[in-house]
Design a binder for this molecule. Sequence first.
Ligand code: NAI
Ligand code: MG
Length: 353
Amino acid sequence: MKTYKIAVIAGDGIGKEVVPEGLRVLDAAAKRFRINLSYKHFDWSCETYAKTGKMMPDDGLEQLRPFDAIFLGAVGYPGVPDHISLWGLLIPIRRSFQQYVNLRPVRLLKGVETPLRNRQPGEIDFCVVRENNEGEYSDVGGRIFNGTEEELAMQQTIFTRRGVDRILRYAFELARTRKSHVTSATKSNGIIYTMPFWDERFRAISAEFPDVRTDQYHIDILTAHFVRHPDWFDVVVGSNLFGDILSDLGPAVAGSIGIAPSANLNPQKQYPSMFEPVHGSAPDIAGKGIANPIGQIWSGAMMLRHFGETQAADAIERAIEEVLATPEFRTPDVGGKATTEIVGKAIAGKLSV
Ligand code: NAI
Ligand code: MG
């Protein structure tokens, strides 16, 4: 039996509270489905930064390289600027390990109230596929004439054919396992070089998947459709910036950010992939034991699915839905009074029976 090696980075704030519940549920699923998981914990965080001046050691990426996956809580805390925590840990991991897919499922679950009127579970069930390695988030650019009237800031957007094609292909392949429909986020009316290129590649790749239906919308009206017609979508693919925006809006229409999971995938498995909730370290509720652990737990299910442990992943997702449907097992963000631990134990308990 293979042992999956997992690097665990709980990080900051509620990351430290939800990760133990994520591991509790993974352990329960592993036991039930006879999977071997081994964990190694890393204390990389803003606290470590305050002590050492670094978010992770110089050889941090080499230390992570041999693992099958990284299970991350959240990083970022008041006192350390967000660009330091992000560019010191998360972004180097995503880029060096070619985690070029950021996958965020959006599903309205029973027991969660959506801010949209009259939407039922089943009507909101789609995935945002965000390009995670290039695009608008590049460090190519600069500033000159600082502090003068001529001051200038410039930042390059980078779209490569390899980078665009591989994210589009991933979206089409994913759609084939779902409802066979891909929507592309574009803005080729305003952004006249990179976005027409994106559209061109979208047409080219869609020709390889004649069985998959396609749509495309400019990002501005697409955000409106997320709110007005969330039932229109199956797989939505976007560049780094557009995907970032859509992947926060998506979970917002499906209720609490506390339940939203995400995966940073290297689909070829040449490098470890990383699984983390969509939310951050939530300093406003950290230390109170009331954070919703479901985003973390669901990310664990995505990790098992990436390993090919489909049955175990399905079982965790079912357990999440059953527990959320029970009012006494809801944390305050979804209208209940339960603690982080009570919810984690309830989900783990469903897997043990
Ligand atoms: P946040 O996601 O931490 O919090 C936003 C709001 O949602 C807060 O009111 C919080 O209490 C609530 N919330 C978040 N997760 C929750 C949960 N599991 N249960 C219940 N309520 C929850 O975003 P914010 O405040 O913008 O960022 C805080 C810190 O986290 C910053 O330093 C930021 O850079 C970092 N961050 C890190 C991310 C990561 O590690 N991938 C992602 C987003 C933010
Ligand atoms: Mg974001």
